[in-house]
Design a protein around this ligand. Structure first.
Ligand code: 13P
Ligand code: SF4
Length: 341
């Protein structure tokens, strides 16, 4: 695998919103959730929430899942309104798949540091240098970037998508360099050219934190999201035997859910955003889940609060719309992915 050079400072492209502390009592939370549920029915709306959402937002959702599951739910829902409790690119994906529906994103500050690392202009310039390459875009990209791409993928299916592409074709993999490295190793494919983007939350999950976790809890099972900064080091350690192969798993957020349903282990180290712990603990309350980095909080995801969900349902704003031509072109890449998975 090779990596593209990029002189543009990614940190300058986004600003991280503050994480609001919610001081509602359990009774106030319940009341807001009940009002949301009533209004949702009146509006014939469905609430889709990503696994990194605040606990109380996950609890009011009709479906909680990973990027792939949420797109599949959006594509299939008979509702007139989709309230997307996630980040902007996810709501855009829903809007692309359901152009006739109202797609709401309760707070427009819900961006994504990873999606911000590449623009459509940058991708066009990069493609011009590799005219015979196939572009595989991680779902964490804007609609304009997807419109310039051949295939979309998520962390749950990236290796499968790459395997579906003829081996002689070079692949421009955008925008996450850690996921690209993971896919290159999984598929053994040498002709993957990685864009140098990363997510500010996942790159802060470091190899040393994994080492410390294993020293303190030698029998723990490691669940690592492939966007993490520790991925390459963990894969190398699995290969040289310093991490146990059978207890080190690289999984999407939904993959983690599936895995704990099947695993006999009692204790898990979770290498991803901490919102994930809510669902894991709810699904298996008898098991112990420890965050590899307890400070891995996605501030963008946390902008979505019950108050904003409620307001959004009341006023049917802010709506996410994708221009028709961009949506048509982006949809090709998303549909190609949905046909493979
Ligand atoms: P998943 O596809 O695993 O839900 O990940 C999406 C994401 O934004 C990770 O940070
Ligand atoms: Fe984007 Fe990272 Fe937040 Fe996921 S965790 S939405 S990749 S900023």
């Amino acid at each position: 695998m090779s990596e593209a050079a990029n002189p543009i400072p990614f940190e300058a492209r986004y600003s991280v919103p503050p994480v609001e502390l919610i001081e509602d009592s359990p009774a106030e939370i319940r009341l807001k959730q009940e009002r949301i549920t009533r209004l949702k029915e009146e509006r014939n709306a469905v609430i889709l929430a990503h696994n990194y959402q605040r606990d109380e937002v996950q609890e009011v959702a009709d479906f909680v899942g990973d990027s792939l599951g949420l797109s599949q739910q959006a594509a299939a829902t008979p509702a007139d309104v989709i309230v997307f409790c996630g980040v902007h690119f996810m709501a855009e994906t829903a809007a692309i798949l359901c152009p006739q529906k109202i797609v709401l994103l309760p707070d427009l500050r819900a961006g994504c540091s990873l999606a911000a690392t590449i623009t459509a202009d940058e991708l066009r310039a990069w493609k011009a240098r590799y005219p015979d390459a196939v572009v595989v875009a991680y779902v964490n990209t804007s609609a304009e970037v997807k419109a310039e791409s051949d295939y979309c993928c998520t962390s749950a299916n990236a290796a499968k998508i790459v395997r579906a592409i003829p081996p002689e074709r070079p692949i421009l993999f955008i925008p996450d360099k850690f996921l690209a490295a993971f896919v290159a190793r999984e598929t053994g494919r040498p002709n993957i050219i990685a864009y140098p983007g990363s997510c500010h939350v996942h790159r802060a999950i470091r190899p040393q934190q994994v080492v410390n976790m294993m020293n303190e809890h030698p029998d723990i099972e490691l669940l690592i999201h492939p966007e993490c900064g520790c991925v390459a080091s963990c894969m190398a350690r699995v290969a040289d035997g310093t991490l146990p192969r059978d207890r080190t798993l690289f999984l999407s957020t939904e993959g983690m859910m599936r895995h704990i349903g099947e695993s006999k282990a009692d204790e898990f180290a979770v290498g991803t955003e901490v919102g994930m712990l809510h669902r894991l603990r709810k699904m298996a309350p008898e098991k112990v889940f420890r965050p590899v980095n307890p400070e891995a909080v996605c501030e963008f995801m946390k902008t979505i609060t019950l108050d904003r969900v409620l307001r959004s349902l009341e006023i049917l704003e802010p709506q996410i719309c994708v221009p028709e031509e961009t949506a048509r072109r982006a949809r090709r890449a998303i549909d190609r992915m949905l046909e493979i998975v």
